[in-house]
Design a protein around this ligand. Structure first.
Ligand code: GDP
Length: 195
């Protein structure tokens, strides 16, 4: 997909701040440092629209990016950042839960996980959450360039097993640096959103 227009519309905390129109939304969630900003920037071929975070866990807003005035990416703040208080984590999870469970515009959820490692407990919880709410989701396995292609199948099987998936169809290896997986991700977006 050629992205000719991409802009940050709003950084929101409360539902009252969410854009009030019918544009479909693709939400992106993953733990801090998983490569979420790099994923957005590489997909839309912008160097720095979504800021790559030098301080993990710093972005605590839902960031809405309008793409070609056709849909929005919604960058959900990274989870699993240990050095925040319990109260803060609670407020954070409420914000995310509210968005994911109530937002009618949301048509697709990408869960980003680091392809190199076993999914974390929070990764598994996010997948269960998506499953329980019946949200259409796909799992993006980031930093695929750090794994030898000969070992990809081993890592896909590891994820299939750990997340109890029926097949590897929902798993998408991705590399922001090499561009692997970009086309497949655009295909998923185009078909689910019917663009
Ligand atoms: P975020 O906190 O999830 O937004 O993660 P960032 O996009 O800021 O990425 C965290 C770190 O991982 C940065 O040092 C990135 O350069 C690196 N990174 C992200 N994606 C990739 C990738 O596909 N390949 C490699 N080799 N490094 C990546």
């Amino acid at each position: 997909m050629h992205v000719h227009d991409a802009e940050l519309v709003i950084s929101a905390v409360n539902p009252s701040q969410y854009p009030q129109d019918q544009l479909p939304e693709v939400a992106l969630a993953g733990r801090s440092n998983v490569g979420k900003s790099s994923f957005i920037n590489s997909l839309i071929a912008r160097k720095n629209l979504a800021r790559t975070s030098s301080q993990p866990g710093k972005t605590q807003t839902l960031n809405f990016y309008a793409i070609n005035q056709a849909f929005r990416f919604v960058d959900v703040p990274g989870y699993g950042y240990a050095r925040v208080s319990k109260d803060f984590r609670l407020a954070w999870s409420k914000m995310i839960e509210k968005y994911l469970s109530q937002r009618e515009n949301m048509e697709l959820l990408f869960l980003l996980m680091d392809m190199r490692h076993e999914p974390t407990r929070l990764d598994r919880e996010m997948k269960d959450f998506a499953e329980n709410l019946d949200l259409p989701y796909a799992i993006v396995l980031t930093k695929a360039d750090k794994i030898k292609p000969a070992s990809w199948n081993k890592h896909l099987s590891m994820y299939k097993k750990a997340l109890e998936l029926p097949s590897v169809d929902a798993l998408f290896p991705y590399s922001a640096t090499k561009g692997y997986g970009k086309e497949e991700i655009w295909d998923v977006i185009s078909s689910v959103l019917q663009l």
